[in-house]
Write a protein that binds this ligand. Structure first.
Ligand code: AMP
Ligand code: GLY
Length: 428
C-alpha cells in the first residue's frame, strides 16, 4: 500500500516505523517527517499545516491511506478535504475533532452524555469571569477554549494566579481567537493517565494504558512541556476500571456525538484524572498522544494498517489489536532551554551505537539531516524507548541508551516512571 503519514514528531516516526514492519511492504511517505522517518519512509517537504499542499500531493500521488498525526490539520479539516477527493483517511473529521479543538464543545458533550469530568462554567466577559473566580475561590483551572499549542491551561492555586490567567486570556487576548472564550473548572486531584481508543464511528477498542510526564524537570517540577517521557502499561488503571472507562468515557461520548450527527472515526485520546471518586476526563485529544505513542506502539503485537482500515470501514473489533506483555519506557531528550527558547542545528552523536541495542528504539522528533549528520531541529529531539520483561529492566535499558546519545545542551528527566516504581514497591 501507498501510505501518507502527516506530521514530523516522535509520534509520526513511531507510526511509520511500525507500519514499515508489516509483511505487506508498504510504500510510506511522511510530510514533512524528520531524520528518523527518513529511515523507514520517504520524506516530502510539505508542512503538516499546509492543508492545500497536502491535498494537492495526495490528489496527484493517490495514497491508499493517509494517517494524520497532529491536531492542527485534523481540527483544520484535512480529513474532510481528502475524503472529498475520494481518499481514505485515518483521523476524525473537522466536526469530530472539535472534541480537542474546542474545550467548551468537549465539555458540553461530556455534560450532555453524563461523562465524569470536572464541573465547569464558560465565559466570554472579563468582569463575569473575574467575579466567578472570587466567588469560587482557589484552586481553579482556567482554560482557553481553542488550540493553544498546549499552553492554554492554567492550574491556579492562588487567587492572583487565577485573576492573572483570566486577565491574560479575556483581557489581553493572550491566545487570540483560541482564548476569546474560556472555561473555569473545578481542580481535580489525583494521578493522570492517558487512555486511547480506536473508534470506527460505532465500535471502540481501547489501547494499552500509559502515563506521560508533562513537567520539564525531575520530581514533576518546572514548566509544562509536550511530554518528557512515558511508560506503558500504567497499572493505576486496575483491571476492574476498564469496563467503566469504556462505557462512561468512550461509549457515552461517541453516542452523544452520533446523536448530534457527528461520526467519530480515528483514535480518541482521553486524559483522565484518577480521583478518589473514580476516573474523570480532563481532556480529549483527537489523535495519538506524544510521547504516549512511543510506548504504546512498540507494545502493539498486531499490525496497525488493518486496524486503521477497520476504523475507516466500520469493521473494528478486538481481534485486530493484540499486545506484547512487556513494559515500555520512553525517555525524551530535549534541547537545552525547552520548553522556552533553544538553539537548533547541533550534531547528534551516538545514534548508530544505540541502534545496535536489542529492545531499544530511538524515535526522532526534532531532528533533521544536514549533509549527512543528524542534527537537532526542535525542542523535543528524541524519544528513547526500551522494552523490558519488567519495569525496572525497561527503565535501566532506556537510560543506558540515553547515556550513549549526546548533543550540545541536551537534557532529559532522570525519573521517568517514578510513580509506577513507587506503586510496585508499595505492592511488594
Ligand atoms: P488539558 O490540556 O485540559 O489536559 O490540561 C493540561 C493539564 O492541566 C492536564 O494534563 C492536567 O495536568 C491539568 N488539568 C487540566 N484540567 C484540570 C483539572 N480540572 N483539574 C486539575 N488539573 C487539570
Ligand atoms: N502527551 C500529551 C499529548 O499528546 O497531548
Amino acid at each position: 500500500m501507498k501510505i501518507l503519514v502527516v506530521g514530523n514528531g516522535g509520534r509520526e516516526h513511531a507510526l511509520a516505523w511500525k507500519m514499515a514492519q508489516d509483511p505487506a511492504n508498504h510504500m510510506i511517505f511522511c510530510a514533512p517527517g524528520n531524520a528518523g522517518t527518513a529511515q523507514c519512509a520517504t520524506n516530502i517537504p510539505i508542512r503538516a499545516d499546509d492543508l492545500e499542499g497536502l491535498r494537492e500531493w495526495a490528489v496527484t500521488e493517490g495514497p491508499d491511506l493517509t494517517v494524520i498525526g497532529p491536531e492542527a490539520p485534523l481540527c483544520g479539516g484535512l480529513t474532510d478535504l481528502l475524503e472529498a477527493e475520494g481518499l481514505r483517511v485515518f483521523g476524525p473529521s473537522k466536526a469530530a475533532a472539535q472534541l480537542e479543538g474546542s474545550k467548551i464543545f468537549a465539555k458540553e458533550i461530556m455534560l450532555a452524555a453524563g461523562v465524569p469530568t470536572a464541573r465547569a462554567e464558560f465565559f466570554t466577559e472579563l468582569d463575569q469571569a473575574l467575579a466567578y473566580v472570587e466567588r469560587q475561590g482557589v484552586p481553579l483551572v482556567i482554560k482557553a477554549d481553542g488550540l493553544a499549542a498546549g499552553k492554554g491551561v492554567a492550574v491556579c492555586s492562588t487567587l492572583e494566579e487565577a485573576r492573572e490567567a483570566v486577565q491574560s486570556m479575556l483581557g489581553r487576548g493572550a491566545f487570540g481567537e483560541a482564548g476569546r472564550r474560556i472555561l473555569i473548572e473545578e481542580c481535580l486531584q489525583g494521578e493522570e493517565v492517558s487512555i486511547l481508543a480506536f473508534v470506527d464511528g460505532e465500535h471502540i477498542v481501547t489501547l494499552a494504558s500509559s502515563q506521560d510526564h508533562k513537567r520539564a524537570y525531575d520530581g514533576d517540577k518546572g514548566p509544562n512541556t509536550g511530554g518528557m517521557g512515558a511508560y506503558s502499561p500504567a497499572m493505576i488503571v486496575r483491571e476492574e476500571l476498564w469496563p467503566l472507562i469504556r462505557k462512561n468515557v468512550f461509549e457515552k461520548t461517541i453516542t452523544e456525538l452520533k446523536r448530534r450527527g457527528i461520526v467519530y472515526r480515528g483514535v480518541l485520546y482521553a486524559g483522565l484524572m484518577m480521583t478518589a471518586d473514580g476516573p474523570r476526563v480532563l481532556e480529549f485529544n483527537c489523535r495519538f498522544g506524544d510521547p504516549e505513542t512511543q510506548v504504546i506502539i512498540p507494545r502493539l503485537a498486531s499490525e496497525l494498517v488493518p486496524a486503521f482500515e477497520a476504523c475507516i470501514d466500520g469493521t473494528l473489533n478486538n481481534d485486530l489489536v493484540h499486545w506484547h506483555p512487556e513494559t515500555a519506557v520512553c525517555v525524551v531528550i530535549a534541547s537545552g532551554g525547552y520548553p522556552g527558547d533553544y538553539i537548533s542545528g547541533y550534531p547528534i552523536q551516538g545514534l548508530d551505537d544505540v541502534a545496535e541495542m536489542r529492545d531499544v528504539v530511538v524515535f526522532h522528533a526534532g531532528t533533521a539531516e544536514r549533509d549527512g549528520p543528524v542534527v537537532t531541529a526542535g525542542g523535543r529531539v528524541l524519544g528513547v524507548t526500551a522494552m523490558g520483561a519488567d519495569l525496572e529492566t525497561a527503565i535501566s535499558e532506556a537510560y543506558r541508551a540515553v547515556t550513549g546519545i549526546e548533543f550540545t545542551d541536551a537534557f532529559h528527566r532522570e525519573d521517568i516512571a517514578w510513580r509506577e516504581l513507587e506503586r510496585r514497591q508499595e505492592d511488594q
